[in-house]
Design a binder for this molecule. Structure first.
Ligand code: AMP
Length: 216
C-alpha cells in the first residue's frame, strides 16, 4: 500500500486531499500540524512548549517533530501505509523519515501564492482536521462540520501577516525538499487548481502511473 508524503505551500489543499485519499485507500492521514494543535487544545507539556511557535508560523524544532512522527508511524494502523501531511518540512526531517520508512511517492500540490493567500484567509477548520471555505467547499450547516457536527473555527495562524511569514518559512525550509525528492525518483507534481475531486483524480492518476513505472 502507499506510503505518501504530500508537499505544498500552506493552503495548497494537503489536509483536504490527505483526508480524501486516506479514506479512499484505507490508510491514516497524519498531520503534524493537527497533532500539535490537539496538544495545544489539551494544554499538554508539548502543547505549552509549541503554542507560541504555531501562533507565529515558525517551525517546531526538528528533534521534537521527528520524535512525534517516529511514535506515530510505529503504531499498528500505519503498517499498511499512511499519508503524511505537513511532514517533512526540512531536509533534516526528510533524512530522518528516510531512515524510518520507505516512501512510495512524494506528491507536491502546486498552487500559485495569490490563490492560497485568499483560500487561507477564508478558511474555517474543524478539530477533526476538515477544512471549509466561505465560497466553495462550504459546510452544509453554517459554522458546523459535516463529518462530526463540531463547531468550526479559524486558525489563529491564518491571519494575513502570519500567512506571509508561513510562506517565507515554506520557501526557505521546505521548498528545498523538492530537489531532495527529485534526486530520489519519488517526486510527483500535480496542479492543485480546480475542485477537490479534480485534484484527487490528478493525484490518484499520477500515483498509479508512478507505481506502474517503478514496478514495471
Ligand atoms: P500545518 O497545519 O501543517 O500548516 O502546521 C501548522 C504549524 O504546526 C506550522 O506552522 C508549524 O508551526 C507546526 N508544524 C507542523 N508540522 C511541522 C513540521 N513538520 N515541522 C515543524 N513544525 C511543524
Amino acid at each position: 500500500m502507499f506510503k505518501l508524503v504530500l508537499l505544498g505551500p500552506p493552503g495548497a489543499g494537503k489536509g483536504t486531499q490527505a483526508d480524501v485519499l486516506g479514506s479512499k485507500y484505507g490508510i491514516p492521514h497524519i498531520s503534524t500540524g493537527n497533532i500539535f494543535r490537539d496538544h495545544i487544545t489539551r494544554q499538554t507539556d508539548l502543547g505549552k512548549q509549541v503554542q507560541h511557535l504555531l501562533s507565529r508560523g515558525d517551525l517546531v524544532p526538528d528533534d521534537v517533530t521527528n520524535e512525534l512522527v517516529r511514535d506515530r508511524l510505529a503504531r499498528n494502523d500505519c503498517a499498511a501505509g499512511f499519508i503524511l501531511d505537513g511532514y517533512p518540512r526540512t531536509t533534516d526531517q526528510a533524512k530522518f523519515l528516510k531512515r524510518l520508512a520507505r516512501i512510495t511517492a512524494v506528491v507536491e500540490i502546486a498552487v500559485p501564492e495569490e490563490t492560497v493567500v485568499k483560500r487561507l484567509s477564508s478558511r474555517w477548520m474543524c478539530a477533526c482536521g476538515r477544512a471549509y471555505g466561505l465560497v466553495s467547499d462550504t459546510p452544509r450547516k453554517r459554522g458546523q462540520c459535516d463529518s462530526c457536527d463540531a463547531q468550526l473555527f479559524q486558525r489563529n495562524d491564518d491571519k494575513p501577516e502570519v500567512i506571509r511569514h508561513r510562506f517565507q518559512v515554506y520557501r526557505e525550509s521546505t521548498q528545498p525538499l523538492v530537489e531532495f525528492y527529485k534526486g530520489e525518483n519519488r517526486y510527483l507534481r500535480v496542479d492543485g487548481a480546480g475542485s477537490i475531486q479534480d485534484v484527487t483524480k490528478r493525484i490518484s492518476d499520477a500515483l498509479v502511473r508512478h507505481v506502474a513505472h517503478v514496478v514495471g
